[in-house]
Design a protein around this ligand. Sequence first.
Ligand code: UDX
Length: 441
Amino acid sequence: MDIAIVGSGYVGLVTGACLAHIGHTVVCVDNNAEKIRQLKAGHVPIYEPGLEELLEKYRKNSRLTFSTSIAEAAKKASVIFIAVGTPSKKNGEADLVYIENVAREVARNMDSYKLLVEKSTVPAQTGDRIARTVRLNLPSSSGKDKKGAVEFDVASNPEFLREGSAISDFMQPDRIVIGVESKRAERLLREIYKPIKTKIVVTNVATAEMIKHASNSFLATKISFINSVAQICERVGADVGKVAEGMGYDRRIGRSFLNAGIGYGGSCFPKDVDAFIRLAEKNGYDFSILKSVRQVNEEQKQSFIRLIEDKLWILKDKTVAVWGLAFKPDTDDMRRAASLDVIEALQAEGALIQAYDPQAMDNAAKMLRNVKFCPDPYAAARGADCLLLLTEWTEFSGLDMAKVRELMRQAVIFDGRNFLDEKSVGDLGFEYYGIGGRRNA
Ligand code: UDX
């Protein structure tokens, strides 16, 4: 099938590469001419395991092309995925200006049936808005007589891709959600996903939009819930890791997304939680559970910072080693990373930061000031008064901690992800402070 993906950011590129991989002819569109030039030349602007290889393979055999022109892409493709950004406005609401632009542009160039598919996370009822925008901008809708206007459908097909494992999430999804208002749209989307063997949930558009809102917000709720439990564990002498394990064996609960830490970050959860709260508000409902989820997430970082302040005593001129900057492992993404708040708070009290991250240092350098970026974890630890582990990269589990101990001025670890083994680092003489009762001092 001929498919256009409008918006060549994270979601657009992964979707485009994977749709080409399962046999479709795909054009990825973006209005950023420099980005398209780079993609045409084989440069991938983001780090995502496996993405570069797929883009390269299908770019070379021309099953995947790149363009700056929605008009051109929309003419050829019968299905147009909308994967443009939906940034947050000041009030938390999603800003849909780019979505509207795409709908308008597609409509103006429509000369045959098109299926427009929402891929970006959008507030419920955006499908109706897109359909209205298309109707208002169809070439034949200038007069009152709509007869002869080309037909179109709007569908919702939310993505559930996690950064770092987006390709396998696409190829082996837990489910595919298709929100449609016509049999034709359903048929087309089923056809597109035919090579992928999984459960397909077919709903109307508003329900599909809500599935996305509810899924992401529920996962964020799980994280804040376990982080609240961690707070109490700390106070009563329980171990939150074991609590999560004990809970997780119950199939109704499940173990995933119950890792206590310094809170969730990234481009999705913080924004999506805000947007869902705002959507509820606009529809006359106070989504108080989600407001607490957001508040707990914020407090989790603050309590970690307070712990460091308490144990280090004076922060001025102390050297703090930081392992991990990205909002989670296997990505170079720094958006809403907890490391940003932690580092800035410590810097404000005069601490000197030496940091190492396997992928995110270039992006971090654009967002942080006065951080010494180091070539490896050992260099970051040299002369440090404490070590913070803020992202659980696998690399950090195989290091020579005895050497790290030698390099540091004071042997104190604050593990924001409960990643290191408290006993083995304790045996090497480290004071260890994790989250939710994991500590040896
Ligand atoms: C998320 C959703 O998982 C995905 O389905 C959606 O489409 C986009 O948003 P992503 O933001 O890439 O994906 O990362 P995810 O793995 O979900 O982690 C989000 C944040 O939660 C990270 O900061 C991570 O460190 C944190 N997290 C996750 C926890 O603190 N504890 C956990 O148990 C799990």
